[in-house]
Ligand binder design. Structure first.
Ligand code: PLP
Length: 439
């Protein structure tokens, strides 16, 4: 028998205690007791999703992002969450013969790799490093220029592919490239892209006919760095910038889609999210074959989520529970790391006002010297019953790592375990590291 309780700092999901379960129950009862709600909720729905939810999401996003123009429900589609919707975006807007490469921020949220492979892009994912300002748009531009140059030669693999798998349709545009990133509180690095970097990325996307898929899934979980209040004004999404930058989108589809989810706010089991793009993009997304047969996913659950948004219960839950709890757990983790890990030579972004962790779910740390993340994770699991996110997992598959240090990195999540376990987990990690350093 192992004397220790397991501690999981790998889990990137909210602890059940943080979820608005009672409110969700009330919302479900209300929706299922009212024929005007459960009627449409239990039926096949519109392709774009449950209309009241689209409208309430538009209102909520307008309040939250405080953009100059109010958000318009016609630009929003209901989805089955960010993962499901990534697959749908790729189904509609890419073609493995016409779309050439997938350019991904590295380190990268690891669970998207399979979705790109499923869509026909095995071996065609490339990692672009990020620095303190987010995905390196200069490195991306250079890589794209090089790619175009190399593929202009006679041995160009793409030139020989004369046909498209997907014929033209008026509702869709097949992009030549895809760029994938998590602009705010990226998973796993926690990095938030600056506004100027967001603008540069859009200009690069426009130049090379790329669609930027932004997983805007952590925007609602942010707090002021100085701790004076429980939430801070969010940066404009790339989508909002694309709306106005240099006179607005180059064409009706634009170059950015925002992929949102209720997984981190209500619970991953909801499987409800939303996508926002230009009106034409949103309509095109809703025309996927899987959607026109039955309507947008998660129709009944959409009615429950709508109750939470319309009553402002979700907004209050974010402000009163998720954000303060996230901030508190994050600060607990940082102070434990300063106490136990910093003396061992572990580093992480806690210093400058711009880079200090102030939202999201995780902290990305650098192990001392040449310690390998894989070895630390193995020892931590076997000897300390401690599960950690090994840096190697976040490396883009099939490509040379764009950053050399991934193998010496760990992701520690602070939204699953409570404060006591977070401290205990960090202490156990320190024990593992100090043992390895002394051997
Ligand atoms: C960046 C990112 N995208 C997508 C997801 C998954 O979202 P969903 O549950 O809506 O599929 C996660 C969950 O950890 C994530 O971190």
């Amino acid at each position: 028998m192992h004397p220790l309780d397991p501690i999981d700092l790998f889990q990137g999901r909210p602890a059940p205690a943080l979820l608005p379960t009672e409110h969700l129950k009330d919302a479900a009862i209300k929706a299922l007791s009212d024929k005007t709600i459960f009627g449409p909720g239990l039926g096949y729905g519109p392709d774009e999703g449950y209309a009241p939810l689209r409208q309430n999401i538009a209102t909520w996003l307008s309040d939250f992002y405080q953009t100059s123009q109010p958000h318009n429900a016609d630009r929003i589609c209901i989805t089955g969450g960010a993962s499901q919707n990534l697959a749908t975006i790729l189904q509609v807007f890419t073609d493995p013969l016409q779309t050439q490469m997938i350019w991904m921020v590295e380190p990268c949220y690891h669970l998207v790799f399979r979705t790109f492979e499923d869509a026909g892009f095995s071996g065609r994912m490339r990692g672009i490093p990020e620095d303190e300002e987010g995905m390196d748009s200069n490195a991306l531009e250079k890589a794209l220029e090089l790619f175009v140059e190399q593929n202009a030669s006679d041995c160009n693999v793409f030139k020989t592919r004369l046909q498209a798998i997907k014929p033209p349709k008026h509702w869709r545009k097949i992009y030549r490239h895809i760029i994938y990133c998590v602009p705010s509180f990226s998973n796993p690095s926690g990095t938030t892209m600056t506004v100027s970097r967001r603008e540069s990325l859009i200009r690069v996307a426009r130049k090379f006919d790329a669609l930027i898929i932004c997983d805007d899934v952590y925007d609602f979980l942010s707090w002021n760095r100085d701790g004076t209040s429980s939430s801070s004004t969010p940066l404009p999404r790339l989508l909002d910038i694309d709306h106005t930058l240099d006179g607005g989108p180059l064409n009706d589809f634009g170059n950015v889609v925002s992929n949102g989810t209720f997984s981190k706010l209500i619970g991953p089991g909801c499987r409800v999210g939303w996508a926002e793009g230009t009106e034409k993009f949103a309509y095109g997304l809703s025309q996927a074959g899987q959607t026109i047969s039955g309507g947008a996913p998660s129709q009944l659950m959409s009615t429950f989520v709508n109750e939470l948004l319309e009553s402002k219960i979700l907004q209050e839950h974010c402000a009163n529970v998720l954000v303060p709890q996230g901030r508190q757990r994050c600060l607990i983790m940082i102070s434990a790391m300063k106490k136990y890990l910093t003396p061992l030579g572990v580093t992480f972004s806690s210093g400058s006002a711009r880079t200090a962790v102030s939202g999201g779910y995780c902290i990305w740390i650098r192990l001392p010297g040449s310690l390998k993340a894989m070895d630390v994770c193995q020892k931590a699991t076997e000897e300390q019953k401690l599960t950690l996110g090994c840096g190697d997992v976040f490396e883009v598959p099939g490509d040379k790592p764009s950053r050399k240090d991934l193998h010496h990195r760990l992701r520690l999540c602070f939204m699953w375990e409570d404060g006591e376990k977070i401290v205990e987990g960090v202490e156990r990690l320190a024990f593992v590291i100090s043992e390895m350093l002394s051997n």
